[in-house]
Design a protein around this ligand. Structure first.
Ligand code: NAD
Length: 497
C-alpha cells in the first residue's frame, strides 16, 4: 500500500479520515509512491484556527526564546539535511546535490532571519515637539499563509517562514501537492526544535485549500510563489479580501552573450543554468540571446558540453533528473513539435535521451533549439523544462529591446568582458534580478528576491529587508508626560512647539 501524506496541524498529524487524495510520484521510477490529502473547508478552518490560537503567545514570547528555537532548528537542519535532500529527490526528481543546494540556500534565509532583533529595532525621536517623544515599533501581523510551488519544496517555504516566525507570526504553509513531504519534514523539525504547537502548520491541497485561505478572515497575509496566471489570481483575490499579499510568478530568463565574452565560460554557464534541475527553476536560463557573430561558435561549445551530460535517477550521481510528472514531461516535449513547425532548428533533441534510470521515469533529455522565432510560443511561453532556445541578434541594442519586450522580468544575465556594456545593461534592462557573468543571479538572503512585470505581483519582494517589512506592521507612538503647563482647551490641530 502506498504512503498517506497527512496535514500537520496544531503540532501533530491531522487526518480527517474521509478526504480527497492527490497522487505523489517518484519521477525517476515513474510510479505512484504516495497519496496526499487534499484539504476542503473543514481542514482549512482547522489549520487557520490552530495558527490563530497559537499566535498571541508566540507574539508575546521573548526575542531571546524565539531566537533560541530558530537557532536549534538551524542546528538540527544542519545535522540532518541529507534526509531532507533524499525526500526532495524522491518526490521532485532533482539530483541529490541539487536538492542539498536548495536546502543550503533556504538555510541562508534562516540565518539572516536569526539577526531579527537588529532588523526589528524601532526608531526613536527625542523631543520632536517640546516635551514630546516619538518612537516606532514593528509588530507581527498574525496568521501568515504561504503557498509554494513544486520546484523548490524546501527553499521557497524557507524564503518566508523563518522571517515570519522570527517576527512573531504563526504560519499555515500550503506546499505543492506534487511534492508535499518536505514541508511535513520541516514542520516536524520545527516541533523538535521547540516551536510551540500551532505556530507552524502544513495544510495539503489544491485550489480548494488555497481559495479557502484567500477567503479566510483570520489569515492576515499571503505569500505565493508559482506560475503567473495563479500568481495574478492570488494577488487579486487576496487583495480584494483585504489581505497583505506578495505573489511571485513565472519567468523566461534571457542570457545575453556579447561578441567579446569568453565563450567557454558562457557555454558552461548556459548549460548549467539551462539544464540544472531539468530547467524547472524560476531562475533557469531558457533563452540565449547571441549577438552575432557569436552564435555558431557558442552553439558548438554548448553542444559539446551537452554530449557529456548524464540524465537519470537523481540518486545515481547523474547531472540531470526527470521532470516532475508525466503530464509535465509530455507538455514540455510538445514544444519541440511547435519549434519545428514554427521554423526553429533542433540542434539536440532531448526526446532521444537514454536515461540512467527506470524506463517508466519521466525523462526528457537536454534540448537545444536554434533560430527560434520570437513570435513562436517556444519563445514567448514559460516552458519550465530542459529546453534551451537560441535567438540570434545583430547588436546589443536589439538584444536589450528584445529582453525588455517580454512579459516576464524575473532574472537575466549578460556575458561580456566590457564593463561599459555591463553597466549599461544593468541600468537599461527591465528585469528584477541581473547577473553580470553570473547566469543565475539569485540574491543572497540580505538582498531581497523578486522580479518585475508578470514575475511579481505586489509591492514587496521575498526575504531580505522586504521580508521583514511584509511580515510586520509599523506603529508610531507619540508620548508626552503631562505636567500642569500642558493644561487648557485648544481644539486646533496639534502643531510642533
Ligand atoms: P503552480 O502555479 O501550478 O502552483 C503553485 C501553487 O499554487 C501550488 O501550491 C498549487 O497547489 C497552487 N495552485 C495551483 N493551481 C491553483 C489555482 N487554480 N488556484 C489556487 N492555487 C493553485 O506552479 P508550479 O507548477 O507548482 O511551479 C512552477 C511555477 O512556479 C513556474 O511558473 C515557476 O516560474 C514559478 N516559480 C516562480 C518563482 C519566483 O520566484 N518567481 C520561484 C519558483 C517557481
Amino acid at each position: 500500500m502506498s504512503e498517506r501524506i497527512v496535514h500537520w496541524i496544531g503540532g501533530k498529524e491531522h487526518d480527517p479520515g474521509e478526504s480527497r487524495l492527490g497522487p505523489v510520484y517518484d519521477p525517476a521510477l515513474g510510479t505512484r509512491t504516495a497519496s496526499v490529502l487534499l484539504a476542503d473547508a473543514a481542514e482549512v478552518d482547522a489549520a487557520v484556527a490552530a495558527a490563530a490560537a497559537a499566535f498571541p503567545a508566540w507574539r508575546d514570547t521573548s526575542i531571546a526564546k524565539r531566537q533560541a528555537v530558530l537557532f536549534t532548528f538551524r542546528e538540527l537542519l544542519n545535522a540532518r539535511r541529507n534526509e531532507l535532500a533524499e525526500i526532495i529527490t524522491r518526490e521532485h526528481g532533482k539530483v541529490l546535490s541539487d536538492a542539498l543546494g536548495e536546502i543550503v540556500r533556504g538555510q541562508e534565509v534562516l540565518e539572516f532571519a536569526l539577526g531579527f532583533p537588529e532588523v526589528l529595532k524601532g526608531a526613536y525621536t527625542q523631543n520632536a515637539s517640546t516635551g514630546v517623544d516619538v518612537h516606532s515599533i514593528r509588530q507581527p501581523i498574525g496568521v501568515a499563509a504561504i503557498v509554494s510551488p513544486f520546484n523548490f519544496p524546501a527553499m521557497v517555504p524557507m524564503w518566508f517562514f523563518p522571517i515570519a516566525l522570527a517576527a512573531g507570526n504563526s504560519v499555515v504553509l500550503k506546499p505543492s501537492e506534487k511534492d508535499p513531504s518536505a514541508a511535513v519534514w520541516l514542520a516536524r523539525l520545527l516541533a523538535e526544535a521547540g516551536l510551540p504547537d500551532g505556530v507552524f502548520n502544513v495544510l495539503h491541497g489544491d485550489r480548494a485549500a488555497v481559495d479557502g485561505l484567500l477567503a479566510h478572515p483570520d489569515v492576515a497575509s499571503v505569500s505565493f510563489v508559482g506560475s503567473t496566471p495563479i500568481a495574478r489570481h492570488i494577488y487579486q483575490t487576496a487583495a480584494a479580501n483585504g489581505k497583505r499579499v506578495q505573489a511571485l510568478g513565472g519567468a523566461k530568463n534571457h542570457m545575453l552573450v556579447l561578441p567579446d565574452a569568453d565563450l567557454d565560460l558562457a557555454a558552461d554557464a548556459a548549460v548549467n543554468a539551462g539544464f540544472g534541475s531539468a530547467g524547472e527553476r524560476c531562475m533557469a536560463i531558457s533563452v540565449v540571446v547571441a549577438v552575432e557573430p557569436v552564435a555558431d561558435p557558442l552553439i558548438a561549445r554548448i553542444t559539446e558540453r551537452m554530449r557529456g551530460l548524464r540524465t537519470g535517477d537523481g540518486r545515481r550521481g547523474c547531472d540531470m533528473g526527470p521532470l516532475v510528472t508525466r503530464e509535465h514531461r509530455d507538455r514540455v516535449a510538445g514544444y519541440l513539435d511547435v519549434a519545428v513547425s514554427d521554423g526553429a532548428t533542433v540542434v539536440v533533441d532531448g526526446r532521444d535521451v537514454v536515461a540512467d534510470g527506470a524506463p517508466e521515469g519521466f525523462w526528457l533529455g537536454p534540448t537545444l533549439l536554434d533560430k527560434v522565432p520570437t513570435a513562436s510560443r517556444v519563445y514567448t511561453d514559460e516552458i519550465f523544462g530542459p529546453v534551451l532556445s537560441v535567438v540570434r541578434v545583430g547588436s546589443y541594442e536589439e538584444a536589450v529591446a528584445l529582453i525588455n519586450s517580454g512579459a516576464f522580468g524575473n532574472g537575466t544575465a549578460i556575458f561580456t568582458n566590457d564593463g561599459g556594456a555591463a553597466r549599461r545593461f544593468q541600468l537599461e534592462v527591465e528585469v528584477g534580478m541581473v547577473g553580470i557573468n553570473v547566469p543565475i543571479p539569485v540574491p543572497v538572503a540580505y538582498h531581497s528576491f523578486g522580479g518585475w512585470k508578470e514575475s511579481l505581483f505586489g509591492d514587496t519582494k521575498a526575504y531580505g529587508a522586504d521580508g521583514f517589512r511584509f511580515f510586520t506592521r509599523e506603529k508610531a507612538v507619540t508620548t508626552r508626560w503631562l505636567d500642569p503647563s500642558h493644561g487648557g482647551i485648544n481644539l486646533g490641530f496639534p502643531q510642533n512647539t
